[in-house]
Unconditional design. Structure first.
Lengths: 96, 488, 482
């Protein structure tokens, strides 16, 4: 059984502005993929996923030392819009 | 068109004065010129920068400065590795024209090793795919038959190495993206133990699965290239800082006394007969060469694909959230920041990427986490346990790399699930974080390469390469794609 | 219906490490926009975080100072949401496995100590800063937003109290006490005006005696301790009025408007709180072994509560102990040194928290720059105690000492402020005056108390004001009664 999904909600959560047709198609595809993915629920064993790292690494830290930052011009070079060293975007509030 | 010398051979020629780095590069560029129109392995070739580096490599060698096995060797990089000042797109529209302000650690290390970067190779967008048909800039075709796919997501790197438009290449492997295209293109592709090659500067797909690795034409070349790029990196918090094995140590030792496990679950329905018989043949040859062959069962492998298609999309949905049109990349129109982000992303991402972001977002969302993502992590732990148990009986595990040889372009593009099945043999090693290598063992009746996979325990690159070297010797695979030269 | 307020406070503290939480960019205030950034704190493709060890040690110290359990194992999570000032559109934070859990802070409200539980303290990274430009720079009428990522990635500790605070005054006291602990640890300068300490309050009401929690409202944008108290006060009243008129409290976030003195509802988007937490795959788990915790514990300085206790032990009353404990460390050092030399603690404390602070403010001299030490304070206190100078003269002497004129003894001599305090010579003088004032003596014997003042005045005149008036009074009465 393909899984039923509130695709519009998921698309909004993921900030993807998709058309109704696209949403429909993805909903259908995702349903099928998730049906297959749901097989993870058939797992017989009961392992405890303590540490996913194969070498069981823990406590990798860096010391509190200042390192050179990027050159601002290089940083802003790829930016679509800047003013006086700032990145520029429209206001955050959603227009209603 | 012959592919030219490999890393070891080119190195020998350089030091013997039989060639120069510039000449090696020219050979590479010539082969690129003759093949690109048909194969499209590259997204960027930076001829001038490469020639400059090659000239410097020659000058250094002449001055007695020898930076090691990769000195002066032309290397191609999958275009999801950041190269400072050189366009890096991850084969996506969302990064069209993006020039990173920094080099990935592997790129810096290649630089220190004196390697010559030829250019950036094509991939499935953001490394998501098994055919390189998901590239926003057009597919990469298989040099053995250009009506077929090169595999993915490192299709460009695999094709370039097969043709010789790079002496070696780097790819990235999250679910098989180095090994599967290597198998389909008849080259050697290897995924290292997770944590041994820095991911700093690798555009992330699935953080707990991604690893950078080499694509080469010989096993020895693979070990040499791996050594130049692996090692602890303080800029990667998942990077291993303990002792690293010597990957070359076992290359000529032969395999007598080793125990090889054949994975029971990686065969049967969906596997092409030619692939299965090539695998069985190689296993028989190994046995004659002195290994003990054991059939092992790793039951969790049956649901590895399912776990992968929850974990990888979940991580990628978060990793790709940064592409919002604000600080870099494609920006769409929007009156509010929210609208702008949503437009930028919808316009910039292709369908497979969109699909996986949606899938991942769903799997992590409230109410579904435990049943999907949470459960997938438990499957992952079960896979690690199954591997652990198997490695108490055997030294390495073997299987086909891919259930099929290269399929026709377009054959699986409308069926995502069918496409995902390409990775069924490779995914378990990614989930466990173990090293694995694919090498060509023959051609099928259509003249298409068949890949054989050797898997080893964590930090088991030594025994992995040891067995791989023997497989290489036994296979005697000495063919190159018969690509007709086409004037560029 | 009688209602009681239930308040919880969430405090965010920016740490004073040299570098950011997950990268080597400098932590600093006021730099040119986007100059302290790198691939990691800018969220560039391919960037990775690596945890700053000093930040972890700071949060462990905070947790221990707040009586928390430090978890043996702790991991980071990704908190996923889209926002322009969040470069990766997820924040590396902690979800269900924070570094510190189950602590408490004792808060004094008008002499009553109440223990407020602390649920957790966790580690996370700060976001960039957005400036809204357009009509008045206010978010509701902005035309565009400017983004600066210098602050992005600065280490942030979030401290969450249990909903055990019971009044607006207590909320303020809690925040102040928490701040004093943080500052004492030296892990943050906790300046509200700079944003290195921020708080949000969760306010709800319930019927008196009920143990269930009512619907809570999150209140944000309180930029001072006073506005914290005012905002909480207002919100409590608003909720009570709402339910008393048959309305219901809506779970929401409200924004405190300092000028208007009210909270406004902030429109929350549906679905915006599904953070899809999952363990951060770019970072490995932290194992905080008990030896490490013990080492941190050993480096903890004396905390404000401990210091107040110690001062009370010196004999200071609760209020004076509190004031002294909160005073500049230089002043506390002077006090402690003086007490060590035998000065009366109460007197020393009063001098330090009164006249000395007053002088330093009037002359705009920092406490640490004052020409004053424990020996001088001890001497001054001693001189007053022995009656060698009057208390008003002592203020003058202090002024002289702080102005660099010398030790208290030297200044008193130089300014001729020494008063006569030895019983014998003064006793003789008193006897002389009494002999010269027979009518006054008779008046006293006849019950006239006021005469004593006159007689004291006579003695003071005879000594040119240099007698210790208390001693004079004492001697007079002694001799008069004889």
């Amino acid at each position: 059984m393909p899984v039923e999904i509130d695709i519009a909600y998921v698309a909004r959560l993921a900030r993807l502005d998709l058309s109704d047709e696209e949403l429909d198609e993805y909903k259908h595809q995702l349903g099928m993929i998730l049906e297959h993915a749901a097989r993870v629920q058939t797992l017989d064993a009961d392992p405890n996923p303590e540490n996913a790292h194969p070498l069981a690494l823990f406590n990798t830290f860096r010391e509190d030392v200042v390192l050179p930052s990027l050159d601002r011009d290089e940083v802003l070079e790829n930016a679509p819009e800047t003013i006086d060293g700032y990145f520029v975007v429209p206001p955050a509030m959603e227009g209603e | 068109m012959r592919p030219g010398p490999g890393v070891a051979e080119a190195g020998r020629q350089l030091r013997a004065g039989e060639t120069t780095s510039v000449r090696l590069l020219e050979g590479v560029l010539e082969r690129a010129g003759s093949s690109e129109a048909q194969v499209h392995a590259f997204l960027t070739i930076d001829r001038d920068r490469a020639l400059e580096t090659a000239a410097q490599a020659d000058a250094d060698l002449a001055d007695g400065i020898d930076r090691g096995p990769l000195h002066g060797i032309p290397i191609a990089l999958k275009d999801n590795m950041c190269t400072r000042g050189m366009e890096t797109t991850a084969a996506s529209q969302i990064l069209a024209g993006y020039r990173p302000p920094y080099d990935a650690t592997v790129v810096s290390r290649l630089g220190e090793a004196g390697a010559v970067v030829v250019g950036k190779t094509n991939l499935d967008e953001f490394a998501m795919g098994s055919s390189t048909e998901n590239s926003a800039y057009g597919p990469t075709y298989n040099p053995w038959d250009t009506t077929r796919v090169a595999g993915g997501s490192s299709g460009g790197s695999a094709a370039a190495v097969a043709i010789g438009s790079a002496t070696a290449a780097l790819g990235s492997d999250t679910g098989g993206s180095i090994r599967q295209p290597a198998a389909l293109c008849g080259v050697v592709g290897m995924k290292p133990t997770y944590g041994t090659v820095s991911r700093y500067g690798l555009i992330a797909f699935a953080s707990s699965l991604d690893q950078i690795g080499p694509l080469t034409r010989t096993v020895e070349d693979s070990a040499l290239t791996l050594e130049a790029i692996w090692g602890h990196d303080p800029f990667d918090g998942t990077s291993y800082s303990g002792d690293y094995p010597d990957p070359k140590a076992g290359l000529s030792r032969g395999v007598t006394g080793l125990r090889v496990g054949v994975v029971k679950e990686l065969s049967g329905e969906g596997y092409e007969p030619a692939v299965e018989s090539a695998t069985a043949d190689m296993v028989a040859k190994l046995e004659s060469a002195g290994v003990e062959v054991v059939e092992v069962s790793l039951p969790s492998f049956e649901i590895a694909l399912s776990a992968y298609y929850l974990i990888a999309p979940a991580e990628c949905s978060a990793n790709l959230a940064r592409f919002d049109g604000i600080r870099y990349g494609h920006r769409g129109q929007g009156a509010t920041t929210e609208a702008l982000m949503a437009r930028s992303r919808a316009e910039g991402f292709g369908p497979e990427v969109t699909r996986r972001i949606l899938l991942g977002t769903y799997a992590l969302s409230a109410g579904y986490y435990d049943a999907f993502y949470g459960q997938a992590q438990r499957v992952r732990a079960a896979i690690q346990e199954d591997f652990g148990r198997a490695y108490q009986q055997v030294d390495v595990l073997v299987s086909p790399t891919s259930p099929t040889v290269a399929f026709e372009a377009g054959a699986r593009t409308s069926d995502p699930l069918a496409m995902y099945l390409s990775d069924i043999c490779t995914i378990p090693s990614n989930l466990a974080g173990h090293p694995a290598i694919s090498l060509p063992v023959g051609l099928d009746g259509q003249g298409l390469p068949i890949g054989f996979q050797v898997m080893a325990p964590p930090l088991g690159e030594g025994v992995m390469y040891r067995v791989a070297a023997e497989v290489e010797r036994l296979a005697g695979f000495d063919v190159a794609p018969g690509l007709e030269e086409v004037a560029s | 219906m009688s209602w009681e307020p239930v308040i919880g406070i969430e405090v965010h503290v920016e740490l004073l490490t040299d570098s950011k939480m997950f990268c080597g960019c400098a932590v600093g205030f006021g730099a040119e926009p986007n100059t302290n950034v790198c691939p990691t704190c800018l969220g560039l493709p391919g960037a990775l975080p690596v945890t700053n060890r000093a930040a972890i040690e700071s949060i462990m110290a905070i947790g221990l100072a707040l009586n928390c359990e430090v978890s043996e194992r702790s991991v980071f999570h990704r908190k996923n949401y889209f926002y322009a000032d969040l470069p990766k559109n997820y924040q590396i934070s902690q979800f269900d496995n924070p570094v510190c859990v189950d602590g408490h802070l004792d808060v004094d409200v008008d002499g009553v100590i109440h223990r407020v539980g602390i649920e957790r303290a966790h580690m996370e990274e700060d976001t960039g800063k957005s400036t809204h430009v357009g009509a008045g720079g206010r978010i509701h009428a902005a035309e565009s937003t400017l983004l600066d990522f210098n602050r992005s990635g600065v280490p942030l500790v979030e401290i969450v109290s249990r909903p055990e605070i019971r009044s607006a005054a207590e909320a303020r006291a809690y925040a102040l006490e928490l701040r004093s602990v943080i500052v004492e640890l030296g892990v943050s300068d906790a300046r509200l005006e700079e944003g290195s300490m921020r708080f949000d309050a969760n306010v709800s009401i319930r019927p008196v005696g009920s143990t269930e929690l009512g619907t809570k409202v999150e209140v944000k944008n309180m930029n001072s301790f006073r506005s914290l108290e005012r905002a909480v006060e207002h919100e409590i009243a608003r909720q009570i009025e709402l339910v008393d008129s048959d309305g219901a409290v809506v779970q929401e976030t409200r924004h405190w408007d300092e000028e208007a003195g009210v909270t406004h509802s902030m429109r929350t988007k549906e679905g915006s709180s599904d953070y899809r937490y999952f363990v951060e795959p770019d970072l490995v788990p932290m194992v905080l072994d008990r030896q490490w915790v013990q080492r941190i514990r050993e480096t903890l300085p004396e905390l404000p509560a401990q210091r107040r206790e110690r001062y009370r032990g010196d004999g200071l009353g609760g209020s004076l102990a509190g004031v002294l404990s909160a005073a500049d460390p230089a002043l506390r050092d002077i006090y402690e040194a003086a007490v060590a030399e035998g000065a009366d603690p109460k007197a020393a404390a009063n001098w330090v928290t009164g006249e000395v602070i007053g002088w330093s403010r009037r002359h705009d001299v920092a406490a640490s720059e004052l020409q004053f030490d424990g020996a001088a304070l001890a001497e001054l206190v001693g001189m007053v105690g022995e009656g060698r100078i009057s208390s008003s003269a002592a203020k003058e002497v202090l002024d002289g000492v702080l102005s660099g004129e010398g030790s208290p003894g030297q200044v008193a001599e130089a300014r001729d402020l020494i008063q006569i305090g030895d019983r014998t010579s003064l006793g003789a003088l008193v006897a002389e005056v009494l002999a010269a004032s027979p009518r006054a003596v008779e008046g006293y014997r006849g019950g006239d108390e006021k005469v004593v003042g006159f007689l004291v005045g006579q003695v003071m005149k005879a000594t040119q004001g240099k007698a210790d008036p208390r001693l004079v009074d004492e001697l007079l009465r002694e001799q008069l009664s004889a």
